[in-house]
Design a protein around this ligand. Structure first.
Ligand code: ADP
Ligand code: MG
Ligand code: MG
Length: 252
């Protein structure tokens, strides 16, 4: 079992305080959700866990299996088992989707244990079938001309192929119609198991009907203000963030 621990994390962007003491512990085998209003720091937390240098950690620590990862660059964190599906996936012309994914897998494996191409193609076929993706999407340039929904599906394809220890999914549901949402959820649910943990960031409870989390965290104004089970997401859907603000007596 692996553990990801965020301890009293404070983060600034361009001198502005965004995260103000975030604490979070998760293990493989668990799915956690973070909900919270726009602009509250959810993407900041995911980018900071993954190591985006634009986000300055001014206080606190992030541990992966007890090892402080804050000094590791992004690629080292990826090799250590972290994965981020971004809110806005980048388009990279000049490299096909399949080449990109194979490169990402092999970059995480030792030189003398690279994934054989036939195995790769077989796994890719299976994953694409789960995600209802057409074969031609593997040969297209990475995210180039992909619709919003196709990009999100593609992030889940990468996730299924790379098989990280911990995957952060930042608003994977935004811009998805209900069918695409079900497909994406099917991919994530297929990953569930003792070797895999996921932190799912969303505005809406809807996604959590399909990927039922073990723990729900609510983030407001750069802090986690409440934790609970899946019922907390339903309560938020009914009462809104304003209801929770009143309940907690928050002035934000
Ligand atoms: P969320 O994902 O919860 O919507 P974000 O983490 O994206 O929130 O943003 C938190 C706050 O940080 C917002 O006020 C946003 O405007 C600000 N912010 C995010 N990225 C940048 C940036 N690159 N430069 C300046 N401010 C930023
Ligand atoms: Mg946002
Ligand atoms: Mg965001």
């Amino acid at each position: 079992m692996s553990t990801l621990e965020v301890k009293n994390l404070h983060v600034t962007i361009e001198g502005k305080k965004i995260l103000k003491g975030v604490n979070l512990v998760m293990h493989t085998g668990e799915i956690h959700a973070i909900m919270g209003p726009n602009g509250t720091g959810k993407s900041t937390l995911s980018e900071t866990i993954m190591g985006n240098p634009a986000y300055k950690v001014t206080q606190g620590e992030i541990f992966l299996d007890g090892k402080d990862i804050l000094k590791m660059p992004v690629d080292e964190r990826a090799r250590a088992g972290l994965f981020l599906a971004m809110q806005y996936p980048a388009e990279i012309p000049g490299i096909t989707n399949a080449e990109f994914i194979r490169g990402a897998i092999n970059a995480r494996r030792p030189q003398d244990d690279q994934l054989p191409i036939r195995q790769f193609l077989k796994d890719l076929d299976q994953a694409m079938e789960v995600l209802d993706m057409t074969e031609e999407m593997a040969e297209r340039h990475l995210n180039e001309g992909f619709s919003g929904g196709e990009k999100k599906r593609n992030e889940i394809l990468q996730l299924m192929m790379i098989k990280p220890k911990f995957a952060i999914l930042d608003e994977i549901d935004s811009g998805l119609d209900i069918d695409a949402l079900k497909v994406v959820s099917r991919g994530v649910n297929q990953m569930r198991g003792p070797e895999f943990g996921s932190l799912i960031i969303t505005h809406y409870q809807r996604l959590l009907n399909y990927i039922v989390p073990d723990v729900v965290h609510v983030m407001m104004d750069g802090r986690i203000v409440k934790q609970g089970g899946p019922e907390l997401a339903k309560k938020l859907e009914d009462e809104g963030y304003a209801g929770l603000r009143d309940e907690l007596g928050l002035d934000i």
